[in-house]
Design a protein around this ligand. Sequence first.
Ligand code: 2AM
Ligand code: CA
Length: 265
Amino acid sequence: MIRSALLNVMTAAARKAARSLNRDFGEVEKLQVSLKGPGNFVTAADRRAEDILRTELMKARPGYGFIGEEGGKDAGTDGSHTWIVDPLDGTTNFLHGIPQFAISIGLQRDDTIVAGLVYNPITDELFTAERGKGAFLNDQRLRVAGRRQLSDAVVACGLPHLGRGNLKHFLDEFSLVQERVAGLRRFGSAALDLAWTAAGRLDIYWERNLSPWDMAAGILLVREAGGFVSDCNGHDAMLPTGDIVAGNEDMHRELLALLKKASKS
Ligand code: 2AM
Ligand code: CA
């Protein structure tokens, strides 16, 4: 596969930040036993990775805007392009030594996401997509799963975070979905959940109260792999609402119907 100049820039930045994350991930286990705990250390790891991504991306594309989870914000001079970056999606996993986390880089042009990258530095799985050019895992073209029946589906979700979201409503949704599907999972990295949906490992994924950097790259991955993505009401407002449903056309429709049913219960 010949990557475009744009994907090369994104990949180089992600691999450089990944070296820093990998070093820090190796230290986390040692810190589990320290009195202070690893929380501050992980915040520092997050910031280090964001600084690398920001420096590399801004160097390669001066003028593009930048929005990062760790607070990095730069409007840029370009007026139309913005990087939307999560240097460490799946922070809680990282903190616990669980190798399910990723770097996520989305590129928005005006209101459209035109490029996306999700990279798990532990498994060395690099998911990339460009609008109109398909989605890839390393060099392999991706296609969402073809399963049509909910009863065959493996579904991923997100739980409301401590003190946020509506737990009662989530539990209504959870029980409606749980009794109809082959398996329900909660992995803890929205970016990887979307990448895995693009790769056909997961049939559907839904979550609420996310931030743009959790989703920007993954939305394009799923769409370029032939999948459908919307907010929980079926609209194209994932970034403004923070809600997302992703899967193949049938699964996406079925899940939206279940979520609607749950909201009436
Ligand atoms: P993070 O790991 O970068 O925080 C897990 O449900 C998903 O929700 C992850 O992608 C996680 O991103 C994101 N998330 C957003 N807000 C969160 C919060 N307050 N606590 C934990 N995860 C959060
Ligand atoms: Ca995140």
